[in-house]
Each structure stands twice: as C-alpha cells, then as structure tokens.
Design a protein around this ligand. Structure first.
Ligand code: GUN
Length: 292
C-alpha cells in the first residue's frame, strides 16, 4: 500500500512553480499577483486563506488579502470584486467560501472576471471544463489530478466512483476523470445523497473519491481490495484532548480502509495540501494568459 503523501507531491509542484517565478523576476517582470477576499472570521476559512497567502510568498507570488466584516452587504462585496477585475496588477481573484447568508454566492462567483477566475467556479470556466477546453480547473480536483500524475497512477479504463456532486469538488472531479487526458479516461459513477446501493457501487470502484464531507463515512466493507482511495474530507471534529480543541477528520475511516488499498491519501497531509498547489498553478496560468 502506498501512502499518497500530499507534502511530497505539493513540494514538487511548488518547486516547479518557483523556478518559473524566479525566471519571471530575473527578467525584470512583475510577479504573479493573487487577491483573496475573506468575509467574516470563520475559523476554517481563516486557516485556508492564511495558508494560501503564506504559500504565495513561498514561491514568490505577490498576494493581497482583503478582509470584510461578516455583515458586509452584497453590493459592497460586488464593488470590491469589480475593482479587482479592473486592477491590471491583479492576476487572480478568489473569494473564500462559504459566504454569510445575506450574500448570494452565485452572484459573487459570476462577478469575477473569467480571465482572473483562479478558483474555476465561474460558469464560463465550468462550461469549458465540461467541453474539454483549456480553463481554470477548481483547485481541489486539480490538486488530485496533480497527485495522480506525481505518483504516476494509471487511470485509463478504470472505474472511478466519486461520492459527492458539489460544484467545488465532486462534479468537476467526475468530469476530469472521464475526460480524454493522461490521468482521465475512466468510466465514472457519481454518487450522492439519493443514490441507492451506495455500498455495492463503491465496492466496484478501482478509484474511489470521497468528497461528501461526512467524517469516516467510507468503511472497509465499502472498498474493493487493491483500490486507489482519495479522501477529500476535512471536517473539524471536536476533541478536547487535541491542542486546538478539534481534530481534522477525512471522509474515509483510514485505519480500517488503508490495509485494503493499493494507494490512499491520508488526512491531514493528503489532498488538502495539493489544493493550494492547484490554486497557485491557476494563478501562474492567469498571469501568462494576461501578461504573456
Ligand atoms: N471553500 C472551500 N474550498 C474552497 C476553495 O477551493 N475556494 C474557495 N474560494 N473557497 C473554498
């Protein structure tokens, strides 16, 4: 069984990116610039955004963090996005989700200039992905594809089962795995809350992607011997014995599932680390497309 170590795969991606950024800087050109908007102070969102900003600095990107109060109006947030759309020094824009209930998330996503949509959530980006056209791939599925590539895991002709149909992970993941590319060409089944016989379907999976957000949902009796298991879950579960008062749990019961698999991602230390690598790659791509 191989543990698919996100630290190793993310470091390889970031090393490549840093080399490219170093060459840009040596040529006297401005660094790629990511602008992140964080609304309110949700603990998980704070952690993710801080990590995105820190990793930008590590590879030589410029970043700007815009913090807005939890009670911000939708109009004010849309104005902020518009000013970033019009700022030629900004290559990529991300608005950390979820947003407070007075703000229409879809409106916000659609306000971002598709040329700067480094999260890949705009319908224009999602539509291109469906049609197999070059676009910004949402960071988590992109990170998973980079991981499959890093560990050179064969996907062609395999049956991939994706649990979860979110626009952020499950749906784009299912499209990438079924697409005609080096780490695609799978036969894909998408499962969700209305799926009958979930366990039987999961047992047919050569590649099982768990992206439903329910801690330790996937048990050993749902996994085929020799499967590749990708765990996208990152739920904070209260635990008074932990330093921060919570532990991060994946969607897979790792200890019982891992011995049955050919390869599995740990949580933490797996897909989560790859997600930011995907975002950084998208930001460099936006830079190249905008500034040559
Ligand atoms: N919230 C959870 N995942 C993501 C992500 O990939 N991007 C943004 N902007 N918000 C998120």
């Amino acid at each position: 069984m191989i543990v698919l170590d996100g630290k190793v795969a993310a470091a390889a991606t970031k090393d490549q990116l840093k080399e490219e950024v170093d060459a840009i800087i040596r040529a006297g050109r401005p660094a790629p610039h990511l602008a992140a908007i964080l609304v309110g102070n949700n603990g998980a969102s704070e952690t993710y955004v801080a990590s995105k900003v820190k990793q930008c600095a590590e590879i030589g990107f410029q970043s700007t963090l815009i913090r807005l109060d939890a009670d911000v109006s939708e109009e004010h947030l849309l104005e902020k996005i518009e000013s970033l759309n019009n700022d030629p020094s900004v290559d990529g824009i991300l608005v950390q989700l979820p947003l407070p209930k007075q703000v229409n998330e879809q409106k916000v996503i659609e306000a971002i200039d598709p040329a700067k949509d480094v999260d890949g959530f705009h319908p224009a980006s999602a539509g291109k992905l469906v049609q197999g056209l070059p676009t910004f791939i949402p960071a988590t599925p992109y990170g998973i594809m980079l991981m499959l590539e890093h560990f050179n895991l064969e996907t062609k002709g395999k049956h991939a089962v994706v649990i979860g149909r979110s626009n952020i992970v499950g749906r784009p993941m299912s499209i990438l795995l079924s697409s005609n590319n080096r780490f695609g060409n799978c036969t894909v089944t998408i499962c969700h809350s209305h799926t009958h016989n979930l366990k039987e379907i999961c047992l047919q999976a050569d590649i099982l992607v768990a992206a439903l957000g329910k801690p330790e949902f996937v048990k050993a009796d749902m996994v085929k011997e020799g499967a590749i298991v990708i765990d996208v879950g990152i739920t904070r579960v209260e635990d008074n014995t932990a330093k921060k008062g919570f532990r991060i749990k994946g969607d897979v019961a790792y200890n019982e599932v891992a011995p049955k698999t050919a390869a599995i991602t740990p949580v933490p230390g797996g897909v989560g680390l790859m997600t930011i690598a995907g975002l950084l790659k998208n930001t460099l791509q936006a830079y190249k497309q905008r500034r040559g």
